[in-house]
Write a new protein. Structure first.
Length: 272
């Protein structure tokens, strides 16, 4: 995958994938569809869709699967978030390789643009927004703050997704987004024992990256993929059974952590 400018050579049939982080409500999803519609008007663009690198649908993985059309000359990924984490390009590259292995076959070449802050047109855009500030909505001071109550459903289970540096470089953001989408779709908060999900900093076994941990058992899962998360949701969160193929088994003996092949669904153990 190359980092590229978005100039279209004549005769190109490109797909454009606009990537933002998260959106929960219908309105931002519609706004992203509108912006994708504008991208579709650009010369050489056969199709444009928006997607979410964290929570929201379609996810980056789902959108790429939708665009796996050999008649396209390329797929151009346009990250619309600022600032872009230095690890973004690394995890996107690794995740795409993993997804291509998951769906083998002919893929169009995939490119990724520079971040929008580096565009020649960013400065005029910024000026335009600042000059239009007078016509934007004023934020009125709140006269008094009324404390709102919280309703917490009974939740026995907790999933921590590691977003430490090693796990981030292995695509933890995309996996976090996938887990949150599954949690929403399967109503995991209130189904079965009830599952709460959260991000965590380094959970310890970095060599297993990407890592997540399921409580109350405290089971570590390593080499996690989207399919692994689907399986963990079905079998562990809803069924109470640890998914051995991805679980780190504490043996009580000193051992080296397993090295996980990028495209393998079953981690290999290298116990000493
Ligand atoms: S960075 Fe994820 S376990 Fe250390």
């Amino acid at each position: 995958m190359r980092t590229t400018d978005i100039e279209a050579p004549v005769g190109e049939r490109r797909a454009v994938l606009l990537v933002v982080k998260s959106a929960f409500a219908a309105a931002p999803h519609q706004e992203m569809q509108r912006i994708a519609g504008l991208a579709e008007l650009r010369p050489g663009v056969a199709k444009a869709i928006s997607c979410f690198s964290e929570q929201g649908t379609p996810s980056l993985r789902e959108a790429l699967f939708e665009l796996r059309d050999p008649s396209l000359s390329s797929i151009v990924i346009v990250p619309l978030a600022l600032p872009l984490e230095p690890s973004f390009l690394r995890w996107v590259t690794k995740s795409i390789r993993r997804w291509q292995a998951e769906r083998p076959g002919e893929w169009p070449p995939i490119h990724i643009t520079r971040d929008i802050g580096q565009s020649l047109h960013f400065e005029p855009l910024l000026s335009n927004l600042i000059e239009g500030a007078a016509s934007s909505l004023p934020i009125a001071p709140t006269p008094s703050l009324v404390a709102e109550g919280s309703l917490v459903p009974p939740q026995k289970r907790r999933v921590l997704v590691c977003t430490g540096p090693t796990c981030n470089a292995e695509g933890a953001d995309a996996l976090w987004g996938h887990l949150r989408n599954v949690q929403e779709r399967r109503k995991l908060r209130a189904t079965g024992d009830g599952t709460m999900t959260a991000k965590a900093t380094c959970l310890g076994p970095c060599n297993l990256a990407p890592v997540l941990q399921v409580f109350p058992e405290g089971t570590y899962y390593g080499g996690v993929t989207e399919r692994a998360i689907d399986q963990i949701a079905d079998e562990h969160l809803l069924g109470g059974r640890v998914v051995d193929a991805f679980a780190y088994q504490p043996t009580g003996r000193k051992q080296r952590l397993r090295i996980v092949a990028q495209t393998s669904s079953t981690p290999k153990e290298t116990e000493t």
